[in-house]
Design a protein around this ligand. Structure first.
Ligand SMILES: Nc1ncnc2c1ncn2[C@@H]1O[C@H](COP(=O)(O)OP(=O)(O)OP(=O)(O)O)[C@@H](O)[C@H]1O
Length: 390
């Protein structure tokens, strides 16, 4: 009998302890929820600020391309049904505008970082036009939705035609020559015919698009940088793609001549039918094209580099001459590289090439691209970039 009160107090103790534990758990869960909600609202606030900055920035630009609503582009792409490809900042979808124009719609997936590229793209190619630059038809900037609308290029990007191709898809010599001339003309326009010099900074086969007639146009201006005509160079954070970057990127002091270097690499890749930096090969197994080019140039055997497919072997002399043009563009010293307008004249046969006898300048160093590309005030607020010839 005396055990009874003792038992009661034990039960009370257990109840008290359970209530205490349950309360602690509830308080802990409430704290977690509050922290999550606070974090979400800070992130949303930051996102909204970035969106507002983006909107303000766009308002200051005159000459903007057409502005679409998100609904317009959802309808044009049939709810983003047919994906054409994807890059570092988003996915690209096929679409049809209400007037029947075929378009490629790039939808940015990233936040913050991608918005800077979005702005750079709208401000750079939104206000300039050239047959060898992919046309930015319009854009959409609606809250967090950021989309770019380009003319559709039915033959996709050049890399698919020069690397990993089927034998029946090899490009014939005339087309390769035309593509090289188109790229040169697009770059000459950017560098020399706009009010400000525009350096693209990411020339590579993935950023060269081909239309139904295999005319080439430069695309992807998200990393482009404007350089004043009286500036000798600009100091900028490293950006670009491994295998295409000029050696002066190491000093961060660059000019539009970094595009001339990348152009030289692309020409070599088009003629040789392989990547400069081929990571599928082992280091001993010639994973870099440049040292082979240097060796063949010194042995006077550039002929060995030409793509072995039959249609190229019929035009071997012209192909070897084109390799020499590429080598000229790859000079370690940017001031010794030709301008793109000179290259255009050489390719059109209006001017002869300066002979290059000593190939010691050819470097085989691969400049490492940054893991995350950073943009620093690449495009001024006003649309001074302006269109049209000087
Ligand atoms: N205007 C277009 N017409 C047809 N296809 C396109 C067009 N723009 C892009 N594409 C396709 O979408 C792919 C991805 O393009 P995107 O510019 O997003 O990425 P990328 O250049 O390959 O990569 P990154 O932007 O990271 O350098 C291209 O390789 C191409 O196949």
């Amino acid at each position: 009998m005396p055990e009874r009160p003792h038992k009661k107090s034990r039960i009370a103790m257990i109840i008290l302890a359970s209530v205490f534990v349950a309360t602690t758990i509830v308080v802990f869960l409430i704290c977690l929820c509050m922290r999550y909600i606070r974090q979400r609202s800070t992130e949303e606030g930051r996102e909204n600020n970035v969106d507002k900055d983006c909107e303000n920035s766009l308002l200051q630009v005159t000459n903007l391309p057409k502005r679409f609503t998100y609904q317009d582009l959802k309808a044009a792409t049939d709810n983003f049904r047919k994906k054409l490809g994807g890059g570092g900042f988003g996915s690209v979808f096929y679409g049809n505008l209400s007037d029947g124009t075929k378009v490629a719609v790039k939808r940015l997936d990233g936040f913050g970082q991608g918005r800077k590229e979005f702005l750079a793209e709208v401000k750079t190619i939104g206000s300039i036009h050239h047959v060898n630059l992919v046309r930015l038809i319009g854009f959409c900037a609606e809250n967090s939705h950021k989309l770019l609308v380009y003319e559709h290029m039915s033959n996709g990007s050049l890399d698919k035609w020069i690397f990993n191709r089927n034998p029946e898809d090899t490009l014939e010599w005339k087309i390769r020559k035309k593509i090289i001339l188109n790229i040169a003309k697009g770059l000459a326009y950017l560098h020399e015919d706009c009010k400000m010099r525009i350096a693209h900074l990411d020339i590579k086969p993935q950023n060269i698009l081909l239309d139904d007639k295999f005319d080439a146009k430069l695309s992807d201006f998200g990393l482009a940088r404007l350089i004043d005509r009286n500036q000798s160079h600009v100091v900028t954070q490293m950006r670009g793609t491994r295998g295409y970057m000029a050696p002066e990127w190491l000093s961060r002091k660059i000019t539009e001549k970094v595009d001339v270097y990348s152009f030289g690499i692309v020409v070599l890749e088009i003629i040789c039918g392989r990547k400069n930096l081929d990571l599928s090969q082992s280091e001993e197994d010639d994973y870099l094209l440049l040292p082979i080019v240097k060796q063949k140039a010194e042995e006077n055997q550039l002929i060995d580099l030409v793509d072995k497919c039959t249609n190229m072997q019929h035009y071997i002399d012209e192909a070897v001459e084109m390799i020499s043009v590429a080598i000229w563009c790859l000079h370690n010293d940017p001031t010794k590289r030709p301008s793109m307008s000179i290259i255009v004249k050489v390719l059109e046969g209006v001017k002869t090439m300066e002979p290059v006898f000593n190939y010691g300048f050819l470097t085989s160093t691969v400049v490492e691209a940054p893991i995350k590309v950073v943009m620093v005030h690449s495009v001024p607020q006003s649309a001074s970039i302006l269109s049209g010839p000087r």
